[in-house]
Design a protein around this ligand. Sequence first.
Ligand SMILES: C[S@@+](CC[C@H](N)C(=O)[O-])C[C@H]1O[C@@H](n2cnc3c(N)ncnc32)[C@H](O)[C@@H]1O
Length: 236
Amino acid sequence: MKTSAEWNCERDALLDALRDFARVMKRRPFDNEQGLRGVSAFALYWFVRKTAPSVVFEVGVWRGFSTWLIEQAAPSAEIHCFDPLFMLQHLIPRRRIGKTYRSPRARYSIEDFSCAPIRELLAGRAGALAFFDDHQNKLPRLLQCKASGIKQVVFDDNMSAPYTHRTLEHERAADPALLDGEIETYETFPALWPVDFRYGDLHLKEAGMGFPVERELRDIYRDRNWHSYVTYVRLR
Ligand SMILES: C[S@@+](CC[C@H](N)C(=O)[O-])C[C@H]1O[C@@H](n2cnc3c(N)ncnc32)[C@H](O)[C@@H]1O
């Protein structure tokens, strides 16, 4: 499990990548509201860049901002997007959803990830990554990845506070040994700036790593409270 001290050792690399991300974000298709924002959007960019996957399975797409982020971080990866929304979208007034980003490079599916032919889509290729932002329980998703031969997984919303689904943090709290046999690496992206966010009963508070608020980082800094504990897992 990556510690704060270990994240601190990567401070320079994080700041370089954050500046690069700020330049990428100037080309964003829209300002995302309900999905990844601020440092959490950077977290997905960071993990995808680090792992350089050949294939990405994105589960929980909504307006497509995370698809766009994945494309920026892995320009040559094949992308498979899963969301039941694609089946219902035509029933929802366009103004309710707002702008969307759908990529000509991605394959879109209404199947649940657990029912999709992931092994066939992988076709024996190594270096696949799955990203889950679907608000479903995370342990079954992790086991579905294992069964399909995917070893690298990124989860959004992996918080320890009670939320819409059971996170890996909830599993760890209930049984600290449960995940040890499955997981080789577990890295929860840190807050780069202080976080103090209340939403209903949810209260997120983080001290942050004290990053500078440079002029070009201000848009990301402004969204710092949308911290969603983006977590990278590498299975054994
Ligand atoms: C928070 S939104 C995703 C936001 C998006 N990743 C972003 O960053 O902009 C959650 C999405 O999960 C989708 N969802 C719900 N159940 C799902 C399932 N079983 N499989 C895939 N997506 C699901 C919802 O339709 C919704 O679009």
